[in-house]
Design a protein around this ligand. Structure first.
Ligand SMILES: [Ca+2]
Length: 459
């Protein structure tokens, strides 16, 4: 049944069109609760050079599957494409079609009448990467070039906090995540991750812990800074640092460590690249780690076989979820289980950028398969599992920032299963997501001029 509808929504000709005229075109369909009726709701022309589509279905008000696509449109075909798509839809090929082509996508996104939230732009930043809320309701925000700022909810920024370690800024590298120690209100400890330069043009992620002290001028400084973890070895390149941070309910520090675009380290137990790491709050290795009885760096490792995990969050039941960037296809949402191997680079639901095939997860059941995989990719970055009441329907949902998909993606976790439930087009690359003290959802856009947005329910 589902397959039939799927093929109706995406006709065979579509591939030909996508291949010959654009790398991606996208339309969205939304199903009606308790029926399996996808209808075309939107065609997003996100910019002159970018398009994306999403097809969602819901069955019996519960299970929902999603097919998506995105890519770069070749401008000279745009006019033809618009005419074609509009004509195609108006011809009644899609059920219940209602088409809104637009070239002003950011405004179109804001104007989506049925979006369940409205948003306010609170401040702008230079390549923001991460944020976290302080107990007093202000935010700590990192910028990749190495600035850590205190920001009030009405957008007032402090000067740069002093004492931030020197970062290697460039490519995907720079100042990364910031989180608070679970006992921050008494110990003042914060954790920062960043790309660190080594000798001879080598680089690696590092994690530092320091005490945040506030200064009378409204700024802050880091004191007693100690580097508690490093990627080993440092390697060439400026990609796939990973370095997202999260504390578990038992106060263990988890660190995602990307494979630095070197592939094989993800399966090498003598390196900590391509792993998820578990440490105590001072950086020492817990004796309860799955490989604690091995020699050397393996002791740090909680899970292996990761590519570039840029999201890490615990759900209300204490399960750890992480998403990671796939190669060409195969972005993943994984349920992280002690000692498991997630298969990179041996298996992936995507393929190499050069087109070379990688065996799918289904071919190698000994590797833990993702709970959700996305092809085409969403480019996930930033992750929360919503636990507040301002959006009651969303309690327990995961929210993932989409970089290339320029969206905020809601995933439903149902026990140990998960699926994409909704995708909200934002019209900009979304780098980071947080839950505010009052339950509002806050997001940071990526890159220069990236805005801090506060999302509240659409009245
Ligand atoms: Ca954060």
């Amino acid at each position: 049944m589902m397959k039939k509808i799927f093929s109706t929504v995406i006709p065979p000709r579509w591939n030909m069109i996508a291949k010959n005229t654009i790398d991606e075109i996208i339309f969205r369909t939304t199903s009606i609760r308790n029926r399996i009726i996808p209808h075309t709701r939107n065609i997003f022309f996100i910019s002159q050079s970018f398009l994306c589509y999403t097809v969602n279905y819901e069955i019996g008000g519960k299970k929902l599957q999603t097919a998506t696509g995105r890519g770069t449109a070749k401008e000279k075909y745009m006019k033809h494409l618009r005419v074609f798509v509009t004509g195609f839809a108006l011809a009644g090929f899609f059920m219940g079609s209602m088409i809104h082509p637009s070239t002003a996508a950011p405004m179109a996104a804001r104007g989506d009448r049925d979006k369940p939230f409205v948003f306010a732009s609170v401040a702008t930043f230079d390549e923001p990467w991460a944020m976290t809320f302080l107990p007093d309701g202000r935010l700590l925000v990192t910028e990749k070039a190495g600035r850590l700022l205190i920001v009030s909810q009405d957008g007032k920024k402090s000067g740069p906090i002093s004492g931030v370690p020197a970062v290697d800024h460039g490519g995907q590298g720079g100042l990364g995540d910031v989180i608070l120690h679970p006992g921050y209100s008494t110990n003042g400890l914060v954790y920062l991750s960043y790309a660190e330069a080594g000798d001879g043009g080598l680089r690696g992620a590092a994690v530092a812990r320091a005490k945040l002290a506030f200064t009378p001028d409204g700024n802050g400084k880091l004191v007693d800074l100690k580097i508690i973890w490093r990627q080993e070895p440092k390697v060439t390149g400026r990609g796939h640092f990973g370095h997202r941070l999260a504390f578990s309910p038992e106060n263990f520090l988890f660190i995602t460590s990307g494979e630095r675009q070197k592939f094989t380290p993800a399966q090498d137990m003598n390196q900590n690249l391509g792993k998820i790491i578990r440490l105590t709050d001072d950086g020492s290795v817990p004796s309860s780690n799955p490989f604690a009885d091995r020699a050397g760096i393996a002791k740090q490792i909680w899970t292996l076989g990761h590519r570039n995990p840029l999201g890490l969050a615990f759900d209300a039941e204490g399960r750890l979820w992480s998403h990671e960037m796939g190669p060409r296809g195969g972005d993943e949402l994984n349920l992280i289980k002690r000692g498991d191997n997630y298969g990179w680079p041996i298996v992936s639901d995507g393929n190499h950028y050069n087109g070379r095939s990688i065996p799918d997860h289904s071919t190698r059941p000994e590797f833990t398969a993702p709970k959700v995989s996305w092809t085409p990719v969403i480019s996930p970055a930033g992750f929360i599992i919503y636990a507040a009441d301002m959006f009651p329907r969303w309690k327990g949902s995961g929210f993932i920032g989409g970089l290339s998909s320029e969206a905020l993606i809601r995933v439903v976790m149902d026990g140990e299963t998960a699926y994409e439930a909704e995708r909200f087009t934002m019209g900009r690359r979304i780098r980071e997501v947080e839950q505010g003290p009052d339950g509002a959802i806050w997001v940071l856009e990526d890159e220069t001029g990236g805005r801090l947005l506060k999302l509240t329910p659409n009245p």
